[in-house]
Design a binder for this molecule. Structure first.
Ligand SMILES: *[C@@H]1O[C@H](CO)[C@@H](O)[C@H](O)[C@H]1NC(C)=O
Ligand SMILES: *[C@@H]1O[C@H](CO)[C@@H](O)[C@H](O)[C@H]1NC(C)=O
Ligand SMILES: *[C@@H]1O[C@H](CO)[C@@H](O)[C@H](O)[C@H]1NC(C)=O
Length: 579
């Protein structure tokens, strides 16, 4: 195996995206992934959200649908009126969601232990309600999807699972990690094992885990957290059999990141190998087709395929979209200048560094010292590369590295501290440098949560949106410090976020995928309306309440209100003294 890697790297590195090149489509289906039918229907904008059409299942065999469409297209000389398209879709497609059944997890129980750790009664009641929501987010796939996969965009999974919610009724890769942490607190390890098994099955079938459970997501992945999911499951259950049965599949998933997502960085006469998000597939994303097509139309034809590939790489990063992928371009508001694959991201490399460390300990546990040593050495190499390329001693944090101009991107993103969370550092002093970094970046002045960036671009992974997983990255990273001051800041950040979630829940009886940290309301911006549910938000709220349950309070505005109360008391006093 030792010679394979350098060879594949050489091949991979030669395959930069040249702009004129036609790239393969995101998947084979001529209905859900590319082709005239998809183009005509999506460009006619029959539905407010392009995802709706590609989530509908077929009422007839694909050949018959394509045949009938081609007849229709011929009748109207390839510009079919909206009315006729609508009728065609009604005839050959089913309304969304029918291939999924609601599912109540069998291992759901009334009062998981962790609830007892929460002292504030209002927060405890709220945590109980969040625990109830797992029952609403449970889904199971109908057997028809297994017997007739060609009629569905949904990818069949054998075991039921928990979805994010809202428009996201299928599984998503990195979301599932925070969902699983929440499920484990809810003592639902069986549900977690089923979800893990689904992911492992996908790796066996496709060689990687797709972004989400639809065929149109197939050629892109999402931040690689499978190894960590396994670690959390094993930590809760000690099911070494499950680890033994699946360790090779975990290794296979990491091979995908090595073979398909590696770059070499030359710096100071040394060459370092790190990872990036990179999706060399063309065409608009089927679920955001008209937006991608319209965006591409603002560019010369020769640049469109490259744009579509960069948009998919942005989706693969989980940060779709963000000024993070636009740095170095003249206009941060212009999504058409996105160049995700030209950045070496801190979080991706932190996640992989953690995965390599976990693999080393898994193999050691299973008695395979050769593999344990191999992963240990991969981790050490990555640690050295991250230190050399991404770490900045003066600022006290890690920064994405831009392959085009050879510079670090010194903008603030919570991901700049992700190596702390991932335990991917050798000097324990870096945790306290991180505190200074947050102070210097003026991030601790935001009372409702940590923003995704300090740039307001209208993209959903920028200011003023705050996302649950990014709060977790910073909070549990800082909590690793031995300094009481840094730990106190971690607690305060947890308190801010819990308060925002709790206050919005009290008003709207809902949890959201993101929040506006400038006003403590549900978030906005990006490509679609803010969604309720919401898997990872609930997971992170449960993690924080488990961790800090003895100290967190809902009693929020009280401290705020004291000055107002004093003024009111004084006025009342004046009033009462009035003759
Ligand atoms: C069909 O459309 C093409 C261009 O869109 C045009 O050149 C052609 O004349 C049309 N044919 C008929 C029969 O209308
Ligand atoms: C990963 O790379 C291999 C080798 O080049 C290729 O065959 C495979 O299709 C790639 N996988 C994806 C998802 O692009
Ligand atoms: C452990 O995992 C195996 C599958 O690898 C499964 O059959 C078994 O039931 C699991 N044990 C527990 C205690 O969940």
């Amino acid at each position: 195996r030792t010679w394979e890697l350098p060879l594949l790297l050489l091949l991979g590195l030669g395959l930069g995206l040249r702009s004129q090149e036609a790239l393969p489509p995101p998947c084979e289906s001529q209905i859900y992934c590319h082709g005239e039918l998809l183009h005509q229907v999506q460009m006619a904008k029959l539905y407010p959200d392009d995802k709706q059409f590609v989530d509908m299942s077929l009422s007839a065999a694909p050949d018959q649908v394509l045949q009938s469409f081609s007849t229709l297209a011929a009748v109207y000389n390839h510009s079919i009126p909206k009315q006729q398209l609508q009728e065609f879709v009604q005839q050959y497609f089913q309304p969304v969601g029918q291939e999924l059944l609601p599912w109540t997890p069998e291992d759901w129980k009334d009062s998981p232990q962790f609830l007892q750790k929460i002292s504030d009664p209002k927060l405890r009641t709220w945590a109980e309600q969040l625990h109830q929501i797992w029952k609403k987010l449970g889904k199971k796939i109908k057997p028809e999807v297994l017997s007739h996969p060609e009629r569905f965009s949904l990818i069949y999974s054998e075991h039921p699972f928990i979805v994010p919610g809202g428009r996201f009724v299928e599984f998503y890769y990195w979301d599932s990690y925070w969902v699983m942490e929440g499920l484990l607190l809810s003592e639902m390890a069986e549900t977690v094992r089923g979800m893990l098994q689904n992911f492992l099955d996908l790796v066996k079938t496709y060689g990687h885990i797709p972004n989400g459970g639809r065929i149109y997501y197939l050629q892109r992945s999402q931040p690689p957290l499978l190894t960590l999911m396994m670690d959390r499951y094993i930590a809760h259950t000690s099911n070494t059999t499950f680890l033994q049965d699946n360790i090779e599949t975990l290794a296979l998933e990491l091979d995908f990141w090595t073979v398909n997502r590696t770059v070499s960085v030359n710096l100071g006469g040394e060459s370092y190998i790190l990872n990036r998000y990179y999706v060399p597939y063309g065409g608009p994303r089927p679920e955001s087709y008209s937006k991608d097509e319209e965006l591409a139309n603002t560019l010369p034809e020769g640049q469109r395929e490259a744009l579509w590939a960069e948009l998919k790489a942005g989706a693969e990063s989980g940060w779709d979209f963000s000024s993070r992928w636009l740095v170095g371009s003249p206009n941060l508001d212009l999504l058409s200048s996105i160049h995700t694959s030209k950045q070496v991201p801190v979080d991706l490399n932190a996640f992989l560094c953690q995965a390599e460390e976990l693999m080393s300990s898994f193999y050691a546990r299973l008695g395979d010292n050769v593999q344990a040593a191999r992963y240990k050495s991969l981790r050490d190499q990555r640690l050295a590369a991250m230190q050399a390329v991404l770490w900045d001693e003066q600022k006290g944090a890690w920064f994405d590295y831009n392959l085009e101009n050879g510079k670090k991107n010194f903008e603030f993103y919570p991901s700049n501290l992700s190596p702390l969370w991932a335990g991917c550092f050798s000097d324990p002093g870096v945790v306290d440098k991180a505190l200074k970094y947050l102070q210097d970046s003026q991030i601790l002045t935001y009372q409702y949560g940590i923003p995704s960036s300090v740039r307001n671009t209208g993209q959903q992974w920028d200011f003023p949106n705050g996302w649950a997983p990014l709060q977790d990255l910073v909070i549990r990273g800082l909590a690793k410090s031995h300094s009481p001051q840094t730990q106190e800041v971690a607690f305060q950040l947890a308190q801010n976020w819990i308060r925002t979630n709790f206050d919005v829940y009290s008003q709207k009886l809902a949890m959201y995928e993101k929040y506006d940290i400038s006003n403590g309301q549900p978030g906005g911006g990006g490509e679609y309306e803010v969604q309720e549910g919401f898997g990872w938000t609930n997971g992170v709220a449960l993690i924080l309440m488990d961790h800090y349950g003895d100290r967190l309070t809902s009693g929020t505005q009280l401290a705020f209100l004291i000055p107002h109360c004093l003024v009111a008391a004084f006025l009342l006093h004046l009033l009462l003294r009035w003759p």
